[in-house]
Write a protein that binds this ligand. Structure first.
Ligand SMILES: [Zn+2]
Length: 129
């Protein structure tokens, strides 16, 4: 049987990574969601991100509720770090032309950066390199 990740664990992890990424002054909610809200290709999603209010919400696909269940390639920590990097990037990207932000190649590039550095930050922090 797979072990369930508690919501309190999510909150603890979020708080830890907010500190590491210097986002402690942000009010970030985190909760499990489903495909209806997130779309079929998202495992985690940043929504309602406001740099004016330092507030955002992170949705984690509910299948990640199970540590050893469905889609175990990802871990909750790197999913959270990934979304927090989006927050940092969003501030700079706000000034970019909308045309660029909507470009599929640019979007893939941003996802690459978030994935790549989420894994590096996770491993450096845990000295697994
Ligand atoms: Zn992303």
């Amino acid at each position: 049987m797979s072990k369930r990740v508690r919501h309190s664990t999510l909150i603890k992890k979020l708080s830890k990574w907010q500190k590491v990424l210097k986002l402690s002054d942000w009010s970030i909610r985190i909760r499990f969601s489903d495909e209806k809200q997130m779309g079929p290709n998202n495992v985690a999603l940043l929504v309602n991100c406001s740099h004016d209010e330092n507030a955002a919400e992170i949705l984690i696909h509910k299948y990640y509720y199970k540590e050893n269940g469905y889609r175990t390639l990802f871990n909750i920590d790197t999913l959270i770090i990934h979304e927090l990097i989006h927050i940092i990037l969003n501030k700079k990207l706000d000034s970019f032309p909308k045309m660029i932000l909507k470009n599929k190649k640019f979007h893939n590039f941003e996802e690459f950066i978030c994935n790549h550095f989420a894994i590096i930050i996770y491993h450096v922090f845990h000295e697994k390199l």
